[in-house]
Structure formats: structure tokens, C-alpha cells
Design a protein around this ligand. Structure first.
Ligand SMILES: [Zn+2]
Length: 373
């Protein structure tokens, strides 16, 4: 029964005939029109007629980015999830309000937006490539096997099943060895700088990550078998307890997405099993637990600078220093958290600090010069 579920997810059924979340065939269940960015979230931030800046959906309004899902998902399983998240996000202190929420629900919720964007993007031909012999989709076919990892997680949730991740060499002792199939970071946002919008969304389909900022809540999630938390949490832990300015949140997300570009290829491969006692899919990452798959030899400073630039609206050429140094706005020259200068006093103090440098058109864009990699 549930091995069948795994192969059904991998088969990527046509979204015009099957619910992209639970896989049920439309007709047996009614189809409903779903806003990929939830309608309550659009209302909350007045996004309806605003246009997306995501590479795959440039120029589309938020309210037009929709997909059919089945009535059961919309009104029950995922509908209840939306209600839970909406109540907390709209409470005025979203960061505090999600603290008692199971992290899996946050990961599934953010993952649902990313998964539905991918399925929608994959279903439409890319107009920029319409004259090629085999025109590809907006989300190209060769990315879909990796993206399906996220589809597996959404399907398991839709069907009241679980999903866990493990490593190649793990013995079958679930309680100890199985962990969540994602790396989720929940951070508090510094909302004092009113020049920045209260909402932002970024994704990276190659590394299967998404970042969403709403009010004082920031979520960054990589659907990676939990390997980022396992091997890279120590790099970022001191930042996660701080209030991050929107630009800093953008840099943190970019750095987490970037990390996944240096992975050993076996860490991108996965084997799925059905675990009956756990009632869950187990996704086995094809590297051993003892092996750190984030490889120093794959580092590419230009790529890192490019990704940070995109995430922070800064010029990548200015982020990358000659001599292999990368600017950061997250840490001071000693590696401690650097509070982003917002008030006049803070900007003045930053101006006097010889370790900080002005970048970008906004006065408050101060970054400390540090070699962080
Ligand atoms: Zn469904």
C-alpha cells in the first residue's frame, strides 16, 4: 500500500488530473482552486496585486499564482494547517506565537508553497526556450527528481504518514537514528527598519531551499534530509538567537542555500523505504553519518558572492573582495553577531568603526569586512 505511495510520488502524476499534494485523482475527489501563497497571507501583507520577483514567476501577481488541489487537502489536512499557521502569524508577535508549534508543521507549510510553485512551474513551457528543438518547462525536467524529495514529504503529511531521514550506514534503530527530513531555522526579525517590507519570499530550486519572512518571523528551510543542521548548525547557531535585520535574514538564507551547492554528490542521492512500524517513509541519504558531505574543495567564492548579492540586493562584485574575502553583514571582525545599524546613533557608531565598510545606496548598509569562509 505505501510502497505504492512512494512510487506514485516518484511518478509525478499530471497536475491537471491529480492533486499535487495527496495524489488523488480529480473526479473521485472535487478539485478546488488554491492560492500557492495563501490568501490569508496575501491579505495580511496586501500582496494580492503585487508582482512576484521569483525567477520563475517574474511579473505574475500573487493572486494569480494558483493551482488545483483536491477538496480533502484544501478543506481538511492542509486547511487545518493553514488555520494554525495563520492564527499565529497574524497574532502581532508571530515569532513568539510559533514557539509552541511542532516544527514539522512549519516545514510542511513552507514546503507546500515551494512544492506547489515547482509543480506549477514544471507544468508550463518556458517561453524563453520555445524555439529550441525540445523546449523545456519553466522548472526544468532535470531538477524534478531532486525536487520530488519535497513532494514525498508533502504526500506523507497529506496521507497522515510520517517521513524521516537517515544515513547510509545507520542501523535500523529508529528512535535513535531517524531524524526530520529537513533543516529548519526559525529566526526572529528586527522590524525597526520601516524601509523594508514586512514580507519576503526567496527560493532556490537547485538546492531545494525556501526562505519566508513575515513580520518578526523568519523561516529558512532546506529539504535536505537534515544534513545542514547536522553538519553546519555550528556555523550559524550564534545568529539564530539574535534579531536579524531583513538584509541579514537575506544573507543567512543565501549562505544556507549556498552550502548545499558544495555537497558531495552522494549526499544528493536518496533511497526511499517504507517503514511499517513507524507508519512512515524513510529517506536514506547515500552518505554515512560519520562523513561531512559539505566539501571545502567545492567552494566557489564568486558563486557565494552572487548568491549573497541576490539575497541582499547588493552588488556581488562589491561583496567579493580581492584576496578571497567575502563581506558579511552578520558578524563583526571577531565573528560575533553584528547588529545591523538602523538608528542614526547606530549608523554613526558604525561609521566610526574602522572594521566596517559602507556598501550599497542605503546609509545603513554597513558590513564588516571579514573572511568568513
Ligand atoms: Zn489532495
Amino acid at each position: 500500500m505505501s510502497l505504492q505511495m512512494i512510487s506514485d510520488v516518484l511518478a509525478l502524476r499530471d497536475i491537471s488530473s491529480h492533486c499535487p499534494l495527496c495524489g488523488r485523482k480529480f473526479g473521485r475527489v472535487a478539485r478546488t482552486d488554491e492560492h500557492i501563497f495563501p490568501r490569508w497571507l496575501q491579505k495580511h501583507h496586501k500582496l494580492e496585486t503585487r508582482r512576484l520577483t521569483l525567477p520563475n514567476f517574474i511579473g505574475k501577481t500573487y493572486k494569480s499564482v494558483r493551482i488545483d488541489i483536491c477538496e480533502k487537502c484544501n478543506h481538511h489536512r492542509f486547511g487545518r494547517l493553514e488555520t494554525e499557521i495563520a492564527r499565529r502569524v497574524r497574532s502581532g508577535d508571530a515569532f513568539a506565537a510559533v514557539q509552541d508549534l511542532d516544527q514539522e508543521l512549519l516545514a510542511v507549510w513552507l514546503g507546500k508553497i515551494l512544492w506547489l510553485l515547482c509543480r506549477k512551474g514544471h507544468a508550463y513551457p518556458d517561453h524563453r526556450r520555445r524555439n529550441e528543438p525540445e523546449p523545456d518547462s519553466i522548472v526544468p525536467q532535470d531538477l524534478m527528481p531532486g525536487i520530488t524529495y519535497l513532494g514525498m514529504m508533502e504526500r506523507a503529511f497529506a496521507m497522515h504518514k510520517g517521513m524521516y531521514a537517515c544515513y547510509l550506514t545507520d542501523p535500523p534503530l529508529p528512535d535513535f537514528f531517524y531524524g526530520p527530513p529537513y533543516s529548519l531555522y526559525v529566526v526572529e526579525i528586527d522590524t525597526r527598519d520601516t524601509r523594508f517590507e514586512a514580507f519576503d519570499f526567496a527560493d532556490n530550486l537547485i538546492t531545494l531551499g525556501a526562505a519566508l519572512r513575515t513580520g518578526n518571523l523568519g523561516l529558512i528551510c532546506a529539504f535536505d534530509g537534515g544534513i545542514h543542521r547536522e553538519f553546519r548548525l555550528h556555523r550559524f547557531q550564534h545568529l539564530i538567537g539574535e534579531k536579524l535585520h531583513p538584509v541579514q535574514f537575506g544573507e543567512l538564507a543565501a549562505r544556507i542555500f549556498y552550502d548545499h551547492t558544495v555537497l558531495h554528490e552522494d549526499a544528493l542521492r536518496v533511497q526511499y523505504y517504507w517503514n511499517r512500524p513507524l507508519h512512515a517513509v524513510v529517506a536514506q541519504t547515500q552518505t554515512p553519518r560519520s562523513f561531512d558531505p559539505f566539501l571545502a574543495e567545492h567552494h566557489d567564492l564568486e558563486r557565494l558572492a552572487g548568491m549573497i548579492g541576490r539575497g541582499t540586493y547588493a552588488d556581488p562584485k562589491k561583496i567579493l573582495h580581492e584576496g578571497g574575502r567575502i563581506f558579511t553583514c552578520l558578524e563583526d571582525h571577531e565573528g560575533n553577531f553584528l547588529r545591523y545599524a538602523v538608528t542614526e546613533e547606530e549608523i554613526e557608531a558604525a561609521r566610526r568603526d574602522p572594521h566596517q565598510t559602507l556598501m550599497g545606496p542605503l546609509d545603513s548598509r554597513w558590513r564588516t569586512d571579514s573572511c568568513s569562509r
